[in-house]
Each structure stands twice: as C-alpha cells, then as structure tokens.
Design a protein around this ligand. Structure first.
Ligand code: HEC
Ligand code: HEC
Ligand code: HEC
Ligand code: HEC
Ligand code: HEC
Length: 196
C-alpha cells in the first residue's frame, strides 16, 4: 500500500516532499501500532498537516513541541497554541470550525499517541536535543530520530524503537573520542543508562 502511494505521488505531485508519499488530504490510517514497526500514523481527531505548517508556513518544530528542550517529553501543543492563529486563519474551514467549538467548550483535542516506549526505559528529549559537539553545534536534530516530519501529514513513526537502535547511535557518538579528541557528549551504553 505504502509503495503504491509512493509511486503515484511521484507522478502526481511536484512537491519536494513527494518522496514521503503523502499528498495533502491523505491522513488515512493503513498502519498498525508496533514499538518495532515504522510508518504508524493513526487517524487523528483533526487532520493536522505537518507539511502545511512546518514547511509551507515555516513554523519551527519547537513552536509546537516546546517542551523538548526543557524536559523528558517533547509534548503536544495545547489547542490554545493552534487558536493563536486559527482565531483568524481559515476560520470557515470545517476542521477549524470544529477546533473553535472545542476551544469555546474548553475541550482538549485528544491526539492519538504515535510513539510509546515501555515504562522500563529511561528516555529524555532534553539530553538529546541539547547535546553539542566541540564547536557548540547541536549533535542531533529532531529528524535524526523522527525522519522528515516536515514533509509528513500527521506524524508517523519513522524509527523502530528497538534497544539496538538506541545503542547503535550511542556507540557511534563515542567515536570522536577514539581519534584522540575528547568527546564532549557522552552517550553511555551501560544498562542503567536506559533502565531503572
Ligand atoms: C534521540 C532521538 C530523539 C530525538 C533527537 C528527538 N526525539 Fe522525539 N521522541 C523520541 C522517542 C524515543 C520518543 C518516544 C518517547 C516515549 O514514548 O516515551 C519520542 C517522542 C516524541 C513525541 C511524542 C510526545 C512525547 O514527548 O513523548 C514528540 C511530539 C516528539 N518526540 C517530538 C520531537 C521533536 C520536536 C524533536 C526535536 C526538537 C525530537 N522529538 C527529538 C526520540 C527522539
Ligand atoms: C503560526 C500559525 C498557525 C498555528 C500555530 C497553527 N496553524 Fe493551522 N494553519 C495555519 C495556516 C496559515 C493555514 C492555512 C494554510 C493554507 O491554507 O495554505 C493552516 C491550516 C490548517 C488546517 C487546514 C484548514 C483547511 O483549510 O482545511 C488545519 C486543520 C489546521 N491548520 C490545524 C491546526 C492545528 C490543529 C494547530 C495546532 C496544533 C494549528 N493548525 C496551528 C497557521 C497556523
Ligand atoms: C503547528 C504545530 C506543529 C508544528 C510546527 C510541528 N508539529 Fe509535530 N505535532 C503537532 C500535532 C498537533 C501533533 C499530533 C498529531 C500527529 O500525530 O500528527 C504532532 C505530532 C508529532 C509527533 C508524533 C507524536 C507522538 O504521538 O508520538 C512527532 C514526532 C512530531 N510531531 C514531530 C515534529 C517535528 C520534528 C516538527 C518539525 C519538523 C513538528 N513536529 C512540527 C503539531 C506540530
Ligand atoms: C541518533 C542518536 C541517538 C539515538 C537514536 C538515541 N540516543 Fe540517547 N543519546 C544520544 C546522545 C548524543 C547522547 C549524549 C547527550 C550528551 O551527553 O550531551 C545521548 C544520551 C542519552 C541518555 C543520557 C545519558 C546520561 O548521560 O545520563 C539517555 C538516558 C539516553 N540517551 C537514552 C536513549 C534511549 C532510551 C534511546 C532509544 C529509545 C536513545 N537514547 C536513542 C544519541 C542518541
Ligand atoms: C541506550 C539505551 C539502552 C541501553 C544502554 C540498554 N537498553 Fe535495554 N532496552 C532499551 C529499549 C529502548 C528497550 C525497549 C525496546 C526493546 O525491547 O528492544 C530495551 C529493552 C530491553 C529488554 C527487553 C525487555 C522485554 O520486555 O523484552 C531487556 C531484557 C533489556 N533491555 C536489557 C538490557 C541490558 C541487560 C542492558 C545492558 C547490557 C541494556 N538493556 C542496555 C534501551 C537500552
């Protein structure tokens, strides 16, 4: 199914992100959740389009996922963040009317979780997002772990969240230290780094 959409969209769409196989309007859920799987993008209560906001309107990821730099979770934006624009933007569109109604009733949007690590794993956005190399440049981007979200419709799981995925990257991060330079970032692989 995914392949078919991908092939079709290469013909039909001239968008730079057509590689991702999504054309605006496609938020169909043809995937199932699996910690180790990829491509999961459940049907969401509002068809929120990442490409339309992050690429077309150039809204930074952290405008909406503002906790990433400060805490364990990156978090999802409250409806208030959306309404900051949508009180005046596209107010006659159906999903926006629905959002306004929810906002007026103080009703949150119940987004369906895409990623879900087991509770016995310790993971924090903060340490990853703030990791810097010796020139003070960020070592990782959101895309290092989530893929090209700015080209997606609703977000989908890009990496299988296996222990090996975490450990492989942690092992690579250590490499600069072997070349005689001190490593500024350390991504340990001892068990209690990630397990309580
Ligand atoms: C080192 C890999 C990594 C990086 C870098 C990363 N994430 Fe994540 N992200 C994850 C993992 C793993 C989860 C699942 C966490 C869980 O289920 O507890 C996740 C979950 C999320 C979620 C779901 C809500 C939550 O907080 O659990 C959002 C939203 C998110 N990430 C956005 C971002 C954004 C935006 C950035 C960049 C500022 C980013 N992530 C950088 C690995 C990463
Ligand atoms: C910084 C401003 C801004 C924020 C914040 C914002 N949007 Fe938007 N949104 C836009 C703009 C601009 C468009 C119109 C894009 C177009 O028509 O080309 C849009 C379009 C949309 C549409 C499509 C409406 C239609 O015409 O069918 C939906 C749905 C939507 N946004 C949902 C959301 C949700 C949900 C949030 C919060 C998570 C949000 N937006 C946050 C600016 C914003
Ligand atoms: C205008 C607000 C907005 C912007 C900008 C935005 N997002 Fe999102 N993001 C959302 C909303 C709303 C959801 C929940 C619906 C969904 O899953 O698509 C979400 C979901 C996600 C998820 C999945 C969360 C989960 O349940 O596991 C990830 C990962 C994510 N965004 C990453 C990013 C990255 C990376 C960027 C920048 C390229 C970005 N987002 C830009 C609003 C935004
Ligand atoms: C793409 C690379 C990458 C991936 C994937 C990754 N990490 Fe990391 N991780 C890092 C880097 C880089 C650091 C070091 C941050 C620093 O020292 O500034 C780090 C640090 C950590 C730390 C903090 C260790 C300490 O110093 O106390 C924990 C905990 C952690 N990671 C857990 C995880 C888990 C769990 C996963 C998988 C779900 C994961 N990481 C996936 C790159 C990654
Ligand atoms: C960088 C992070 C990281 C490190 C280091 C790490 N783990 Fe894990 N581990 C995970 C993640 C994420 C999962 C959940 C995904 C999975 O099962 O692959 C996991 C799962 C597991 C499981 C499977 C539990 C189950 O229910 O299937 C065991 C057992 C485990 N780890 C033991 C260890 C041991 C022993 C070590 C040290 C040699 C270790 N881990 C080091 C991240 C890590």
């Amino acid at each position: 199914m995914f392949l078919r959409i991908l092939v079709l969209s290469c013909f039909l769409s001239s968008s730079a992100y057509s590689w991702w196989g999504y054309t605006p309007g496609d938020s169909v859920d043809n995937s199932t959740q699996s910690l180790f799987g990829t491509g999961y993008h459940p049907k969401q209560p509002i068809d929120f389009n990442h490409r339309m906001h992050a690429t077309d309107r150039k809204i930074p990821c952290e405008y909406c996922h503002s906790a990433a730099r400060r805490s364990k979770t990156a978090g999802l934006p409250p409806l208030n963040t959306c309404m900051g624009c949508h009180k005046i933007v596209n107010t006659s569109a159906e999903p926006i009317k629905k959002m306004k109604e929810m906002f007026d009733n103080n009703e949150p949007i119940k987004w369906v979780k895409v990623h879900d690590l087991p509770d016995f794993v310790r993971f924090s956005h903060r340490v990853h997002v703030l990791a810097k190399d010796k020139d003070g440049k960020a070592v990782l981007e959101c895309q290092s772990c989530h893929g090209q979200v700015q080209g997606m419709f609703t977000a989908e799981q890009w990496a299988p969240l296996q222990m090996g995925w975490c450990v492989d990257c942690h092992n690579n991060v250590k490499e600069p230290a072997k070349e005689g330079k001190p490593a500024l970032t350390t991504a340990p692989v001892t068990c209690n780094t990630c397990h309580f």
